[in-house]
Write a protein that binds this ligand. Structure first.
Ligand SMILES: C[S@@+](CC[C@H](N)C(=O)[O-])C[C@H]1O[C@@H](n2cnc3c(N)ncnc32)[C@H](O)[C@@H]1O
Length: 342
């Protein structure tokens, strides 16, 4: 292994037979190729501090390039049941004080908004998850949807779920700068309290000045997070922005903790874990995206990824065997939409 954190890659991406023998020490990022429903049960119980993930959308027009994945179910109920089954397994792997951040998109059918995030949310609650918050990811500068009989969807939900009422959460790293109005008010009150804490005098007596205490680390963030969508669509058209994943990770883990993403895509979670000094376990069904992830990771870290068993570098493996599949055709305009139009 080169460097502190290398990527272990198992499976088809390197034209090698997938293995079921996964061993995970706590110090390495690990990429696993295959169906998360088969791989999650091989991960150690209570080994992950947080899960940050964005499953495929229900009935998405986009094609991830490989069949059989979640999101292609004929019925919404099946999709919801599949996600509940995946997150049931995530529950086992997640520490008892862990957090699940689940980004879900909306789908319309015959003009009807299916309320997919709400249905998944309720089904997960039924399965024992505690819904703590719903973050609205406001997509700054998102490509406008071509709809004329409803408003364009410029946000997505990120459900924040926990296993219990007590969980690890550190709000300080995601605090925001105080608003100008709060700073002005604090300065104003401070000026008025200069006179022995007295604000004014009326017939009833002397009114005490208000004390405005602003947290020096910043203000408590609201539940609307304005973040531009990922500018990465040539290689994966549903990539999550790094800033979104980083924010979730920073609030729900400590340095060195393990972060899980069962729907890895182009590897935003592994890159965010790398950037924040955490360690990632990422599963992805499509070997092509595994390759995209490795290339992104190598570019960011300057470290060569190595195959978990053979220790051969990614570059050597590609030279030897080629990548798992030929590059997917560029997605059509229609498939660029993150929500299924209606
Ligand atoms: C919305 S994308 C995730 C994007 C990712 N957050 C990123 O930033 O690149 C969903 C991914 O889940 C993968 N997927 C679909 N079904 C899967 C399954 N059963 N197991 C593992 N991955 C799956 C798809 O191939 C796709 O890359």
């Amino acid at each position: 292994m080169i460097g502190r954190q290398g990527i272990k890659c198992h499976g088809k991406s390197f034209s090698e037979p997938p293995t079921n023998q996964y061993t995970h020490d706590q110090s390495e990022n690990t990429l696993l190729v295959g169906d998360c429903r088969a791989i999650l049960p091989t991960l150690r119980a209570l080994s992950v501090q947080t899960c940050v993930t964005s499953p495929p959308y229900f009935g998405a027009l986009r094609n991830y390039g490989i069949g059989g994945g979640i999101g292609h179910e004929a019925r919404l109920e099946e999709y919801v049941a599949n996600l509940v089954a995946v997150f049931h397994e995530v529950w086992r792997v997640l520490k008892d004080d862990g957090v699940l951040w689940l980004n879900l998109g909306e789908t319309w059918r015959s003009k009807r908004m299916l309320a997919v995030p709400a249905r998944v949310m309720l089904a997960l609650e039924q399965d024992g998850w505690l819904l703590r918050d719903v973050i609205n990811w406001h997509k700054i500068g998102a490509t406008p949807e071509a709809v004329h009989d409803r408003c364009a969807r410029d946000y997505e939900e990120v459900l924040m779920l926990t296993k219990s009422r007590r969980y690890f959460f550190d709000i300080d790293p995601i605090r925001e700068p105080h608003r100008d109005s709060s700073l002005e008010r604090a300065a104003y009150e401070a000026r008025r309290t200069a006179d022995g804490g007295v604000k004014s005098q009326n017939r009833q007596g002397r009114l005490k000045a208000n004390t405005v205490k602003l947290n020096p680390k910043g203000r408590t963030p609201g539940a609307v997070w304005s973040i531009a969508p990922a500018n990465f669509r040539d290689q994966h058209f549903a990539a999550m922005p790094l800033a979104l994943a980083v924010r979730c990770i920073m609030a729900s883990t400590r340095a060195g903790d393990v972060v899980l993403d069962p729907f890895g895509g182009s590897g935003t979670t592994i890159l965010s874990a790398e950037r924040t000094g955490r360690v990632a376990r990422v599963i992805e069904l499509d070997p092509l995206y595994l390759d995209v992830t490795i290339r992104r990771w190598e570019q960011i870290t300057g470290i060569q990824a190595r195959h978990g068993e053979s220790q051969i570098s990614f570059a050597e493996l590609v030279a030897k065997c080629g990548t798992g599949r030929p590059a997917a055709p560029a997605p059509s305009r229609r498939t660029l939409s993150r929500s299924t139009r209606g």
